[in-house]
Design a protein around this ligand. Structure first.
Ligand SMILES: *Cc1c(COP(=O)(O)O)cnc(C)c1O
Ligand code: SF4
Length: 336
């Protein structure tokens, strides 16, 4: 069959990357979000420090007319969150003490976490880094040069973790530059990417991004972040499938949260839905006690009850590790 010359031209020029426009065009205003969902917007709580931010693609997975929608509750600012609660702090896990070099957190042996950017496509109200002073800490060319020297000098680091913020907020070109530089460090044997982007904005998984991952010589682990089965849809499935076909192992980390996923059915469905998208569970985190997030906390007793429920109902490989991160600990502590 003759090829349509137009379609050839189209495949030769790289497709335009629409995801940035989607980040910019997302909801920024609680009243607009609520009215879009058919909800009363009597409460329009702004949090100037950490404002509402959410792409349309994620909003489309929320149920209209449901003030208890588990996706909405993750992103909607609450009047209580600017008040202080005892035990909740700005830096709950000691990130600032773990800085080892500019843009690097080296808290656990063998693994170095790179703060690639402070930006995310979504603002999750429970985010433990919502108060993190990113401006002085993320990758810039000068800091990256120093960070590389640090990595080069530590022969115990064999895994680099791109985190942030969300590393997939960087351009693919920037990501490729980072991994080109890492390729000069012989001790690095694995790359891990912590990102919520394939879930909140699956269009970020572009052909260009897939080319970059395919070209990488390092074994890759991509840890996505979904807290509820309803966060998956056909576009997310496709994005995850494409990431997997680049050779990445896919894991999911979730945060256990009151009213969002603190019941057995929701957790079970999350693990099963993830599996059908090619993702195995990794951590189920007890909430990091970051200022502003108290409403999400689940007691350890309830958390244990839920995890035991999962053990009774799912194969072992679909049961996440229930953990809590604590400062000055050599790993994320199992909640036993
Ligand atoms: C969570 C975290 C890691 C990764 O820990 P794993 O248990 O390997 O998933 C690495 N560095 C820092 C600073 C972290 O917070
Ligand atoms: S995507 Fe991750 S880093 Fe970004 S706001 Fe949500 S929890 Fe925080």
């Amino acid at each position: 069959m003759d090829k349509d010359p137009d379609s050839v031209a189209r495949t030769q020029s790289p497709p335009k990357e629409h995801w940035r426009a989607q980040v910019r065009g997302g909801f920024r205003n609680p009243a607009a979000l609520l009215s879009h969902l058919g909800l009363s917007s009597a409460r329009t709580d702004e949090n100037r420090h950490f404002p509402l931010r959410i792409p349309q693609a994620f909003v489309e997975r929320m149920r209209a007319n449901d003030p208890d929608d588990p996706l909405l509750l993750q992103v909607l600012p609450d009047p209580g969150e600017t008040e202080s609660n005892s035990g909740f702090s700005l830096d709950p896990v000691g990130d600032l003490e773990s800085r080892s070099a500019p843009a690097i957190l080296h808290k656990y042996r063998g693994r170095a976490l790179i703060m690639t950017t402070g930006a995310c496509a979504v603002h999750c109200r429970y985010c433990f880094r919502q108060h993190f002073p990113y401006s002085g800490q993320t990758v810039t060319p000068r800091r990256w040069a120093t960070a590389l020297n640090y990595l080069r000098a530590q022969d115990d680091i064999d895994e680099v973790i791109f985190s942030g913020g969300d590393p997939l907020m960087l351009s693919t070109h920037q990501l490729r530059q980072l991994t080109d530089d890492l390729a000069t460090l012989p001790a690095i044997r694995r790359l891990r990417i912590h990102t919520r982007m394939p879930v909140v904005l699956p269009d970020r998984v572009t052909p260009r991004l897939l080319d970059w991952l395919t070209d990488l010589r390092l074994p890759m682990v991509i840890v996505i972040h979904a807290n509820h089965a309803q966060e998956f849809d056909a576009a997310v499935d496709q994005a995850l499938d494409q990431l997997r076909s680049c050779g990445a192992h896919l894991l999911n980390q979730a945060v256990l949260m009151r009213r969002i996923n603190d019941n057995l059915d929701d957790l079970k469905q999350l693990m099963e839905r993830g599996f059908s998208a090619g993702v195995l569970p990794y951590y189920l985190h007890q909430l990091d006690r970051v200022a502003g997030s108290a409403r999400f906390e689940v007691t350890d007793d309830r958390a244990r009850e839920l995890i035991n429920g999962l053990r009774e109902n799912l194969p072992g490989y679909l049961v996440p590790r229930l953990v809590r991160e604590e400062r000055d600990q050599p790993y994320k502590l199992p909640v036993l």
